[in-house]
Write a protein that binds this ligand. Structure first.
Ligand code: CP3
Length: 341
């Protein structure tokens, strides 16, 4: 018999209370053992590409908190890296890439894509063997638009102005870039599922900076393409879409991409969140700053989510990644509050 993994059941629409819980960026700098592994590995990308280290840091938050889901340790930018773009992570500066020019889009080389990502697939295979039976293993990729924003600017920006300008100035090249990223990301997710991922999440962290027409073109269509391709091979594997900051466009995103479940950020009002939940599972959406603050801010935030969304299919999570300054006891408190609800 297949092992019971409640995150998978909830993503498919079952209501479970108290809800299962995991955290975006649960393997990260708020944990001293993660910081140690990063030093031991030699750097962030060495963590991602060495299965011994990647497995170790993926398991660290599971050992500490017993989360119901474990997310593969990697980064969304290994996809452009595997297409031949350079990538560095500098302490305190985040990712750095050489900005791609419009005329370079057609030169992206997918030839060695899966060979370059073999370490990630090996990490997934090992994780499925080493995780507790009942722990859901999540694979992931970045949404094409969000990945493209880093490829175009070469680094993080507050509003993704360089990528928006690129979309308007070079619409053909933008379309080609998003199409290639959608095809390769779909293959990437399919390989992760093949290797043992129970569900996958598509991170679209920068979908909130676009006008309606560009959101449709750059976010909705490429994600719909990924969903279509993954479903054609694995029709039963849940796909979580997380269009952070999409606001009122969350509704059209859910309807048009066909994702199984929707990741909500903390700015989504309860009325809208419940309406979205009536159409399928939701995941989220505690403000990570409530987790940093702790005390009443944390308790009230957790209670509100459980009260407003606990009657339907909910995977408890943050509304975005946990930040490095988060005190570990606050994480333990959040888990305890959810589990004893
Ligand atoms: O959630 C997890 O525990 C799994 C691992 C994971 C990482 N990045 C590890 C990471 C996942 C799912 C991501 C996704 C990711 N990466 C996104 C989408 C989600 C989001 O947070 O918006 C984005 C935009 C990236 C690109 C990226 N990687 C940025 C902008 C940064 C710098 C910001 C930061 O937190 O330092 C990274 C680095 C990164 N990716 C870290 C981790 C643990 C910190 C790197 C370090 O150890 O110094």
């Amino acid at each position: 018999m297949a092992p019971k993994r409640i995150v998978v059941d909830v993503l498919k629409g079952e209501t479970v209370f108290p809800p299962p819980i995991w955290m975006m960026r649960q393997a990260g700098r708020y944990l001293p053992e993660y910081r140690q592994s990063r030093v031991d590995a030699g750097g962030f990308l060495d963590l991602c590409y060495n299965p011994d280290f990647a497995v170790e840091v993926t398991l660290q938050p599971i050992r500490r908190f017993g989360f119901d889901a474990s997310i593969l340790f990697s980064d969304i930018l290994v996809v452009p890296h595997a297409l031949g773009r350079d990538l560095r992570f500098e302490e305190g500066r985040g990712p750095l890439m050489t900005p791609i020019k419009a005329e370079e889009v057609s030169q992206l080389d997918p030839g060695a894509f899966h060979v370059n990502l073999e370490a990630v697939y090996e990490t997934v295979r090992r994780l499925r063997r080493e995780l507790p039976e009942e722990t859901t293993l999540l694979g992931f990729c970045g949404a094409p638009w969000t990945v493209a924003t880093y490829m175009i600017a070469g680094h993080g920006t507050p509003d993704q102005a360089p990528a928006r300008l690129f979309a308007y100035s070079h619409p053909e090249e933008m379309r080609a870039l998003l199409q290639l990223l959608a095809e390769k990301s779909a293959e990437y997710l399919i390989r992760q599922i093949e290797a043992g991922a129970d569900a996958v999440q598509i991170f679209d962290s920068w979908s909130g900076v676009l006008d309606e027409a560009t959101f449709e073109l750059c976010c909705v269509q490429p994600v719909a393409e990924i969903v279509r391709r993954v479903r054609a091979v694995y029709p039963d594997t849940p796909i979580i879409g997380f269009p952070k900051g999409a606001g009122s466009l969350y509704d059209t995103y859910r309807a048009k991409t066909g994702v199984t479940a929707l990741g909500l950020d903390w700015s989504v009002p309860w009325g809208q969140a419940r309406k979205l939940q009536s159409e399928g599972a939701v995941q989220g959406n505690l403000d990570p700053m409530r987790l940093v603050a702790g005390g009443r801010a944390l308790d009230e935030g957790v209670e509100a989510i459980l009260g407003e969304l606990g009657n339907g299919p909910l995977v408890f999570n943050l509304g975005h990644g946990i930040t490095p300054q988060t005190p570990i006891p606050h994480v333990a408190r959040m888990v305890e509050l959810v589990r004893k609800a």
